[in-house]
Design a protein around this ligand. Structure first.
Ligand code: NI
Ligand code: MN
Length: 226
C-alpha cells in the first residue's frame, strides 16, 4: 500500500503505513499549502531541484526530523552546507532506503538555489517504490520521449505530472506524457499556484477520458491510495 497526499503545488507526502517521506516540500509562502512546515513528520526528504518552489522548507524539515535529504549530488552538497544531513545520488542511479527504492530520472529544467541563484546541478525526477507500489514524481520538466522508456521499464501505479505550462509541461504535453508512462493513476500538479500557471485540471481529465488511466484531481491536503 502506498498513500500519497498532495500538499499543494508540487509537494507530495507519501507513506506505506510505517515510513513517511516528503517530496519538494514548498509550504512556507506556498499559497496552496494547508499545513505548516513545523507540523511535518517524516523519515526522509526528497528534493528534485534547487528552485525555491521545490527546495522550499526542505532544510528546516530535515533538521526538525533528523531526516536526510535525498537529492542530486550538487543540490545535496548545497543542503549539507546549510547543515542538513543528505544522501547524494545522480541521474540513472537507484538506491534502497529503509522506506523503499528511489531511482533518479532526467528532467528538462534548471536548478539553482538561494537569492543569488547558486547553481545546484541537474534537476531530476524520482521513481519511488514503496509499500510494493511505484510512484513517479518527475519534478519540473518539459515533455521528453524517454518517458516512454521509464514507463516501459517500470510499471507505474501512480504518476504526478505538472500541467501548469510556462515553467513545465502544459496540458497537451502532459497528456502525451501519460501516453508514454501509462500509469494506472495520474494526479495533475504544479498549476494555479500563481496566475502564470493557471491551467484547468478538469480540461486535463476531460482530454484523458478515453485513455486507460484514472485521473485523480486532488485539492491540497487530499490523498490517493494505490
Ligand atoms: Ni523549477
Ligand atoms: Mn517549479
Amino acid at each position: 500500500m502506498l498513500k500519497a497526499t498532495f500538499l499543494g503545488h508540487s509537494c507530495v507526502m507519501a507513506t506505506d503505513g510505517e515510513h513517511n517521506i516528503i517530496i519538494d516540500p514548498f509550504l512556507t509562502d506556498n499559497p496552496q499549502a494547508t499545513i505548516r512546515a513545523e507540523d511535518i513528520t517524516v523519515d526522509h526528504v526528497l528534493v528534485t531541484h534547487g528552485h525555491r518552489d521545490h527546495l522550499g522548507d526542505a532544510v528546516p524539515i530535515a533538521k526538525n526530523n533528523d531526516a536526510p535529504i535525498i537529492a542530486p549530488n550538487e543540490l545535496a552538497f548545497y543542503v549539507a552546507r546549510q547543515g542538513a544531513r543528505m544522501h547524494n545520488m545522480h541521474i540513472g542511479g537507484a538506491h534502497d532506503f529503509p522506506f523503499g527504492r528511489v531511482k533518479l530520472t532526467i528532467a528538462h529544467h534548471g536548478s539553482a538555489a538561494g537569492d543569488n541563484l547558486e547553481y545546484t546541478g541537474n534537476p531530476c525526477g524520482f521513481l519511488i517504490t514503496m509499500g510494493g507500489k511505484t510512484m513517479y514524481h518527475p519534478g519540473d520538466t518539459g515533455l521528453f520521449y524517454d518517458m516512454k522508456l521509464i514507463g516501459d521499464m517500470h510499471p507505474i501505479d501512480l504518476a504526478f505530472l505538472p500541467i501548469g505550462d510556462n515553467f513545465t509541461m502544459g496540458i497537451d504535453d502532459a497528456i502525451k506524457a501519460v501516453e508514454f508512462l501509462h500509469p494506472k493513476k495520474v494526479v495533475p500538479i504544479h498549476y494555479k499556484t500563481w496566475p502564470v500557471i493557471d491551467t484547468e485540471p478538469a480540461e486535463f481529465a476531460k482530454k484523458l477520458k478515453d485513455m486507460p488511466v484514472e485521473v485523480v484531481i486532488l485539492a491540497p491536503g487530499e490523498s490517493v491510495e494505490v
